[in-house]
Structures are given as C-alpha cells and as structure tokens.
Design a protein around this ligand. Sequence first.
Ligand code: AMP
Length: 285
Amino acid sequence: MSPRLRLAIPNKGRLAEPAIELLRDAGFVFDPHDRRLVAHVENLDVDVLFVRAGDIVEFVADGVADLGITGRDLLAERDSPLQALRELGFGHCRLSVAVPDESPYQAVEDLAGLRSATAHPNLARRFFAERELNVEVIPLSGAVEVAPRLGLAESIVDLVSTGSTLAMNGLRPIGVVLESEAVLVGGPTSEGRADEVAAVDQMLGAVLEGRRSKYVMMNAPADRLAELRSLLPALASPSVIPLAEEGMIAIHSVVGAADVWRLLPRLKAGGASGILVLPIEKILG
Ligand code: AMP
C-alpha cells in the first residue's frame, strides 16, 4: 500500500486561512484546529501538514511533502526548481521597491550606490543586478518597512497588497520586482504519484473555476431569446426551459463572476425578469 499523499500548507500567516478554506470547499474533510503538525483527511488518502509558509518549498523539495501551497514569491526567493502546478487565486501581492515619501528617489535607477532592506534578499539582488545597479541588499527577517526610519537602508523591497502598510509607514512604491499569489507546488515525489496529484489538482481547480463564475437564472418572453442569448457568453450554451405560462421561458447560464454587474442591467433591458444570481460550488469542464 502506498503511503498517503502529503500536502503541506501554511500553519499561520496570510495564506493559512484561505488555504484551509480552499481545501474545505474542495471537499477535504479534516480538523485543522487541533494544533498538530499533521491532520488526517477523513475522506481521502491525503494528510495535510501544517508548516511555516517559508518552509513549504523545502518540505516539498525534500520529498517530506508531495504537494504544497505557498506564495510564488517564496518559491522564487529560493530559486527552487519546483513546479507551480496551479495558481490558487488568493494571496495576491507584489514584491515592490519602496522609498520614504519625502526622499528624492523616483525610480529604481536612482537607488544606485544606496542600500535596500528586504526579507527577499535573493530576489532583490537579482532584480538590481539585472539592471546593473549597485545596490547593497540588507537581509532582514521582519519589520522591513521600518528599516528606512532606523537608518538601516534608503529603500526596501517588500510585499505589498493594498499599499496601506506602506502608506502607514510613510513609504511609496517606485518599482515592482515580482507579482505573486498562492500556488500549488509539486516536487520530486509528486511525479511518481501523477494520478493522485492530478486528482487533488482537479478538486482545487473545480473550486477555483466555480469561484470565478456565477449561475444566472432568469425568465423572459420566448421571442426575446435571440437577443438575450447574444448577451450571454458565447461558449456556454444556455439552458432554455419552457415555463407553464404560455410564451415564457427560463434561461439558465454560467457567467463570469466579474461580469455580473455589467450584465444584469443589459439582461433586464433585453426582456429578462426575476433574475437570480447563484454561487457555484464547483465546475468541472
Ligand atoms: P506571512 O506568513 O503572512 O508573512 O506571508 C506569507 C505569504 O503571504 C507571503 O510570502 C506572500 O506570498 C503572501 N502575502 C500576500 N499578501 C501579502 C502582504 N500584503 N504582505 C505580506 N505577504 C503577503
């Protein structure tokens, strides 16, 4: 009997809760709240390992875990040969170069000969080297945004999502090193377990596709069908169902979640009434 597949996810920090939520939505039944390192998934041959986000790349590379969920920035920082199998749609941020508001620097080229503090020293060094900028990179493990105020560096290279932490610390971004989001990574052991890995990847993919979509139902006069169809995504053929009331139909369709608010007034103008928008749990194409 082959050992259970091991999936490593962050035990704390920004990626921890969304990773658990994704697994839950995908149908993994497990108890993440007993604070053990390993949670046994009751309905699948999978164990979930809770480890530090920064250690996940090593766990997967060493074969301690077969799969992992971590930030693309952490994968890139370790210059790891591990493959990102799938982007997971959460943990969006960018690794940015930022400087104090009142400083004269407007572009990364202005930082030549100065210092930059960061928790991503490898990415920062590569970024400046590619631009042939002589910037001394000061590695820090946390509180990077206070480095300029402490006189440790003239700039920082740090993760930014909304920008509010930067603003709170009197900093402004002047360049982007990397765009990041959470990814599913596979390592050396996952190659020999292709079917199991594909099954997990498919479960996660079905949830992500569902999150990107909405199910729209509406009633309409049958003679408005052509007009309403032209408003709906061309690829998904809508379901058309006759209603008890003569000359009326119901139209059901899957639409992009981001398009819904643009679409609804147009559907209404096209004759639709009683429009319902429903969440979709999973989509398997
Ligand atoms: P944490 O464990 O919370 O320090 O962060 C772990 C990972 O969360 C980072 O490596 C990023 O991939 C991701 N992340 C997403 N948004 C942010 C953000 N605004 N600041 C820091 N990390 C972020």
